[in-house]
Ligand binder design. Structure first.
Ligand code: SF4
Ligand code: SF4
Length: 324
C-alpha cells in the first residue's frame, strides 16, 4: 500500500535510479531559467539555429518546467554513460565516421523505459505520485536541469560534462508532482578551467564562442537534422560528430559504460564507402533499424558518405550495380 501525502525520499529516488541502471541521478526544484532565456534569445537573434525551426517553438515552456508540466514540484535528472572505444581509432583522415552514441541501440527508447521503470517503482511506495518522463524530445532545458541537479557543468562545447563520465552521457528526466525531502545543490565544481581543446578541435569553427554553437556550421546538425545552406566539409563524418568530445580530457579519463544496452552494435570502420553506396533499403533496415541511423535514412547517409554535397555521386555506383 502506497504512502499518502508524503514527500518522496531523496535516498529512495537515488537508489531506484541506480537499480534501473543509471550512473548518475540528482534532484532539482523547477524554476524559471531567466538567464538561459536571455542567452537563447541572443542565439536565435544571431541566426545560429539556422534551419532547425523547432528550436523556435514552445519558447514559453522551454525555460519553465512548471509551464511544461502543470503542478511540477521536482525534477529528477538521470544520466547514463555510453562511453565505448568505438571512436578511439578514428583519425582525422578516417572516412565514414559515426558518432559513438549512434553505434548503439537508439537511446530514446532505452532511457524512456528506464525512467518509466523508476516511476512505476516509486508509485508503488507513493500512491499520489504522478510523473512524466522526458528524453531529449520535449522543450526541456535538460542540460541546465542537470547542472541544477548537481550532475556537472556545461562545457565550452555546450554539452553537459560530468566529473566521472565526461560528456559521454545520455540524459533523461522525470518531472514529478510531489516534493522531495531533499534537493541537490547546483554543480559548483572545477569545470573547464583554462582548457579550450574543444573550441580548437572543431573542424568547422561551429563553436563560435564558449557554449555557443552555430548549427549551420555544426557537422552533427548538418549530417542528421539541418538542411544547411552552407557547403560544409564533413571531415569524414556521416552521422553526428564526436570531434569536440574526443579531445576532452574528462572524456579521455572517463570510465567506459557498463550497461549492456549501450554496447556498440556495429563498427563504422568496418563498412567501406563502396559497401555504403551499394547498400539497399532492405539491408539498411536489417542492420541499422534499431540504431539512431534510422532517423537519417539511407539516402541521407549515402549523401554524407559523398561528403554531403555531391548528391549525385552515388548515382554512378547504382548504375554499376544494375549493370552487373
Ligand atoms: S559536433 Fe563537431 S562540428 Fe559540431 S561543434 Fe562539435 S566538433 Fe564542431
Ligand atoms: S575539451 Fe576542455 S573546454 Fe571543452 S568541454 Fe572538455 S574540459 Fe571543457
Amino acid at each position: 500500500m502506497g504512502r499518502i501525502n508524503s514527500m518522496i525520499s531523496y535516498k529512495q529516488i537515488k537508489s531506484v535510479a541506480s537499480q534501473v541502471g543509471f550512473d548518475l541521478c540528482g534532484v532539482a526544484r523547477p524554476r524559471l531559467f531567466e538567464q538561459n532565456r536571455e542567452a537563447y534569445g541572443r542565439w536565435i537573434d544571431a541566426g545560429y539555429d539556422s534551419t532547425l525551426e523547432y528550436m523556435r517553438r514552445n519558447l514559453d515552456k522551454r525555460f519553465d518546467v512548471s509551464a511544461l508540466v502543470e503542478g511540477a514540484q521536482s525534477v529528477v535528472v538521470c544520466a547514463v554513460s555510453y562511453k565505448s572505444d568505438i571512436n578511439s581509432f578514428y583519425q582525422p583522415h578516417t572516412q565514414n565516421k559515426v558518432a559513438s552514441y549512434a553505434c548503439c541501440r537508439d537511446y530514446h527508447k532505452t532511457i524512456k523505459k528506464m525512467l518509466l521503470q523508476m516511476l512505476s517503482r516509486l508509485q508503488q511506495e507513493y500512491s499520489q505520485l504522478q510523473g512524466r518522463a522526458f528524453v531529449d524530445t520535449a522543450p526541456l532545458l535538460e542540460k541546465q536541469m542537470a547542472v541544477e541537479a548537481g550532475l556537472g557543468w556545461i562545457g565550452r562545447q555546450s554539452l553537459l560534462v560530468t566529473p566521472r563520465f565526461g560528456s559521454y552521457v545520455l540524459l533523461g528526466e522525470l518531472v514529478l508532482n510531489l516534493a522531495v525531502d531533499s534537493y541537490d545543490e547546483p554543480y559548483s565544481g572545477v569545470g573547464c578551467g583554462e582548457c579550450r581543446r574543444c573550441l580548437q578541435a572543431c573542424p568547422t569553427g561551429a563553436l563560435v564562442e564558449d557554449m555557443v554553437v552555430d548549427t549551420s556550421r555544426c557537422i552533427s546538425c548538418h549530417t542528421i537534422e539541418a538542411e544547411s545552406h552552407n557547403r560544409l566539409d564533413l571531415s569524414g563524418w556521416i552521422f553526428g560528430c564526436d570531434e569536440c568530445q574526443m579531445c576532452c580530457p574528462y572524456n579521455k579519463q572517463a570510465e567506459s559504460h557498463h550497461f549492456a544496452a549501450f554496447n556498440p552494435l556495429f563498427d563504422p570502420m568496418a563498412i567501406s564507402t563502396q559497401q555504403w553506396l551499394a547498400m539497399d533499403e532492405e539491408e539498411f533496415a536489417e542492420r541499422f533499424s534499431s540504431t539512431p541511423l534510422k532517423r537519417s535514412g539511407l539516402e541521407r547517409i549515402k549523401r554524407n558518405v559523398c561528403g554531403g554535397v555531391k548528391v549525385d555521386c552515388y548515382a554512378d555506383s547504382s548504375a554499376d550495380d544494375t549493370d552487373e
